[in-house]
Design a protein around this ligand. Structure first.
Ligand code: CTP
Ligand code: MG
Length: 389
């Protein structure tokens, strides 16, 4: 990564996302279709925005799609929106013009939103190639036997060694590409920028492409992704402690336990469900229990902690994710947890709406050591995994 910007050039990216995705047959522009739990367009914006060499990303969108694009890209840094045109070439030109009007660049990378999976190594390789060329593109060899087809019949063999598949991103010296576009003045409908660049008399270097850069075009491309079950798995952890005092009820795992002491706290002080809530929120990076249910808010006085867990579960569902498993540990000398363990697991399985065999609950003492050992309080920890498809 260190050599991605060898001469500290200004590198900017354009992602074209103004197409209609007609061949996909989807009921929305394909760039907004979720893939691996995120709108397709978000993936490549994330790749560029997390790349240290790329300073600005221009996302070229369709008319009146600002709201949709901002929603899809919520929370990402360093991107700007510009409206595209009727052809890909015009959309790229609008992106180039926006860069020209905003300080220009030394190098520009042009990428299709329809190629969501973009490794940083590919960006590095293209930028490096510009040390010795004015333009560079990723290409892949043709591995199948390649023929011409005429009138629905197989015709002559084509020498596959001379046939290469072209991908994006494509990297160019900014000034040269802008000039090439201006020269053509929209008088071509090139499907990529290398063609425009070559038409202006420039040479284009090739670097090895990557199958992962494949373009999503037809409905089948989208259903195949679902079929491959490309899953995004996340983990969240939670920890909580409450003080054990006389004259309080003891609630653990959503159940009232008979014991001579209970846990003190603002809500019902169910330490286990609090750790579980934090683990659930942690898995989706949604803050902690105090953010959602401030202790200063009187409405949570004595509240059943089941409510907190249910809220976290609903947030996970809204993200299109599902809970895979929960593993929890209660840390205390007393009460003995084992007699209640299965009832707690069953109750938690009900709250999380998943089978009980995905819920693990363990208990341990601390051998008389520390606040748990002295019986002053109970601690709990929880780990949750979730996945999006
Ligand atoms: N594109 C664009 N402006 C256009 C046409 C295409 O920005 N007027 C973008 C698309 O959004 C896509 C990329 O160019 O990211 C490659 O085009 P393609 O795969 O053909 O996408 P669509 O044109 O959207 O799909 P279709 O041709 O099936 O309608
Ligand atoms: Mg198209």
């Amino acid at each position: 990564m260190t050599d991605s910007s060898p001469h500290s050039s200004t590198i900017k990216a354009i992602i074209v996302a103004a197409g209609r995705g007609e061949r996909s047959g989807l009921d929305r522009p394909k760039q907004y279709q979720p893939i691996r739990g995120r709108p397709m367009i978000r993936h490549s914006v994330e790749s560029f925005s997390s790349h240290p060499g790329v300073s600005e990303i221009w996302v070229v969108i369709g008319e009146d799609q600002e709201k949709m694009a901002d929603a899809a890209l919520e929370g990402l840094q360093g991107y700007k929106l510009v409206t595209g045109g009727a052809t890909r070439q015009q959309s790229v030109f609008n992106g180039l013009s926006a860069i020209a009007d905003n300080g220009g660049a030394d190098i520009v990378l042009i990428h299709d939103a329809a190629r969501p999976f973009l490794p940083h190594e590919q960006i590095d390789q293209l930028i490096k190639a510009l040390d010795h060329a004015a333009g560079a593109i990723p290409v892949l060899p043709t591995t199948d036997t390649t023929i011409r087809v005429e009138n629905d019949h197989a015709s002559e063999l084509v020498d596959r060694d001379s046939i290469w598949r072209v991908q994006t991103p494509q990297a160019f010296r900014f000034g040269d590409l802008l000039e090439a576009h201006v020269e053509l003045d929209g008088n071509d409908n090139a499907s990529d920028d290398a063609q425009i660049f070559q038409a202006a008399g420039h040479k284009v270097a090739v670097v090895p492409g990557d199958e992962i850069l494949r373009k999503f075009t037809t409905a089948r491309d989208f259903s195949e992704t679902a079929g491959q079950r490309m899953i995004d798995v996340r983990t969240g952890s939670g920890f909580d402690v409450h003080r054990l005092v006389a004259d309080e009820e003891l609630w653990l795992g959503g159940l009232k336990i008979d014991h001579e002491k209970g846990l003190a706290g603002h809500s019902d002080a169910d330490v286990l469900l609090h750790a579980l809530t934090d683990a659930l929120l942690g898995a989706i990076a949604a803050g902690d229990i105090g953010d959602h249910f401030p202790p200063s808010d009187p409405q949570w006085q004595g509240a059943a902690s089941t409510k907190f867990v249910k809220h976290a579960v609903s947030l996970i569902k809204q993200k299109g994710a599902r809970i895979n498993s929960a593993d929890m540990t209660l840390i205390c000398e007393a009460p003995k947890i084992k007699p209640h363990r299965d009832a707690m697991r069953k109750n938690i399985a009900g709250i999380l709406e998943i089978p009980v065999d995905l819920i693990s609950l363990k208990a341990t003492t601390t051998e008389g050591l520390g606040f748990t050992g002295r019986g002053e309080g109970i601690a709990a920890q929880a780990i949750v995994t979730i996945s999006t498809e």
